[in-house]
Design a protein around this ligand. Structure first.
Ligand code: SAH
Length: 490
């Protein structure tokens, strides 16, 4: 008999469980694939709905672009190393929200070669007397392994994250590793001697090859160092970048600003169709890679600056520089108000916003639409199949001041928190649906979060007292509280 927590499971639930088990034996423990139980087509519908409802106040989503074959799309694979209770070496992922290691040999999301390399490294540790780092005692050497695989080039970088720079017989180790995987083109030791949850430290030593890999996207070559940001799903990234450049409708006369530019990918693809491109990025390594990339691709009309994007734009506005199009591709927490104010000061005709978090996207769009920008187009791109995450690309254009209208946002559409929260609304919704079979709105989640004192930014219309606010029913409140507990937010 199939029973769980004293409850008999329905046939459908048993079938769902079996299917999950077949697709991934650690599905429940790992927690990374929140949508594994859904057919891929349903995952796409679910994501399209999430993004559509968040963007509804601003405009219509054109749809969502999925993958033909969604398995093994991650070209950057990270494994944390540890020991099981019997002292055996294990490698895998942290159980969501904890530091407990879930052993993983093969993963549905990860590049298969990368997984095989990590397994080989685990097998070599004993003969090379490499001790695994112990988080509690601080003793041991190997902490993490990072593998990056070039999508078009097939070049492979292995980064060994160690507690100290002294690695015994490193040359022989590389030899043994490359004997099994001759396709590895570079090996780097990264030193992380701090008690931190950051994977990579700041010191690096190249022990084999050039210390970076190159990859090709949209016909251009990009240099990728261990610490530079590079999208993890290259085939979908090509579609995303093409869409972003299409939205910008470049004619060859425009001055373009690529903010949060990483290794300069979007800016370089846009440069062929623009008069001039300026890229701005905070990470020094990424800027160095961007400059090398521009040289390699012989793109002469692009320059890169290492700076905070908001401060950089404020300075540009101060000196009266004209910018026609701003691409912005911020991290999950979205943009800061300072950045958005700088966009407003710079007055570009178009803003192409690329976002990996539709909640912060909606929050930032609310701000920009209050300052005279209107959503013209928008599309979801599924960069992260089987997970709740989704990428969105939106075109905003500046209204002439006479046309300028204030967009009124309903309370339940706008009550978004900043990214201090550990799980997004989409993750909480997915959890509640999966565990309790209940559909809950953002408004309800926000109400429960506020009840527990974990809402940061208050919605803009609260003071007006006009909106009728439905109150969260008890059953849903309990389910949401369970999710908040699960994500360790309360
Ligand atoms: N557009 C790039 C990178 C996007 S990821 C691509 O598609 O590959 C976001 C990038 O923003 C990261 O490279 C990060 O280092 C950078 N970043 C984060 N905060 C920033 C800030 N305040 N100013 C400039 N860049 C920032």
């Amino acid at each position: 008999m199939n029973q769980s927590a004293g409850k008999r499971l329905s046939k459908e639930q048993v079938h769902k469980k079996e299917k999950e088990q077949q697709l991934c034996p650690v599905y429940k423990k790992c927690g990374g694939c929140q949508l594994l139980h859904m057919e891929y087509k349903r995952q796409l519908d679910w994501k399209r709905e999430q993004v559509s409802s968040l963007l509804k106040p601003f405009g219509k989503l054109e749809g969502i672009t999925g993958m033909e074959n969604p398995a093994h799309y991650r070209h950057k694979v990270h494994a944390v190393f540890g020991r099981d209770t019997r002292g055996n070496a294990i490698s895998g992922v942290y159980k969501e929200g904890t530091h407990i290691i879930v052993p993983v040999d093969t993963c549905l999301l990860e590049n298969e070669k990368a997984d095989a390399i990590i397994k080989t490294i685990r097998g070599l540790l004993k003969s090379f007397k490499i001790k695994i780092y112990d988080e509690d005692t601080g003793y041991g050497l190997l902490r993490h392994v990072l593998v990056r695989v070039g999508y078009e080039t097939g070049q492979i970088m292995v980064v060994l994250v160690l507690r100290s720079p002294v690695m015994p017989s490193k040359n022989n180790f590389v030899k043994a590793l490359r004997k099994e995987h001759p396709e590895i083109t570079t090996v780097v030791v990264n030193v992380n001697d701090r008690k931190t949850s950051m994977v990579l430290g700041t010191k690096e030593q190249v022990i084999y090859g050039p210390g970076y890999i190159e990859d090709k996207l949209c016909g251009l070559t990009f240099k990728i160092s261990p610490r530079s940001f590079y999208q993890v799903n290259p085939s979908q990234t090509e579609k995303l970048y093409r869409k972003a450049v299409e939205y910008a409708e470049l004619s060859g006369k425009e001055v373009v600003l690529d903010t949060y530019c990483g290794t300069g990918t979007i800016g370089m693809i846009a440069a062929v169709k623009a008069k001039e491109v300026i890229g701005v990025e905070l990470n020094k390594d990424a800027v160095r890679d961007a400059v090398a990339g521009a040289k390699k691709n012989q793109i002469a009309n692009i320059r890169f600056y290492q700076a905070d994007a908001g401060e950089f734009m404020t300075d540009m506005a101060l000196i009266g520089r004209n910018v026609d199009v701003v691409f912005m591709d911020p991290p999950r927490q979205g943009s800061s108000q300072a950045f958005l104010d700088a966009v407003v000061k710079l007055k570009p005709k178009k803003v192409v916003y690329i976002s990996c978090n539709p909640e912060t996207l909606a929050r930032d769009m609310e701000y920009l639409s209050g300052k005279g920008y209107r959503m013209e187009r928008g599309r979801g791109i599924d960069m992260f199949p089987f997970t709740v995450h989704v990428e969105t690309c939106v075109l905003l254009s500046k209204l002439k001041s006479a046309q300028h209208i204030e967009v009124k946002i309903e309370l339940d559409e706008m009550d978004l928190t900043k990214a201090e929260s550990k799980a997004t609304y989409a993750e909480i919704k997915a959890y509640v649906l999966e565990k309790h079979g209940l559909k809950v709105s953002q408004l309800y989640i926000a109400q429960v979060k506020r009840k527990h004192g974990i809402i940061e930014r208050v919605n803009y219309n609260v003071g007006e007292g006009k909106a009728k606010v439905p109150q969260v029913p008890m059953e849903k409140e309990k389910a949401i509280e369970d999710a908040l507990r699960y994500f360790q937010m309360i």
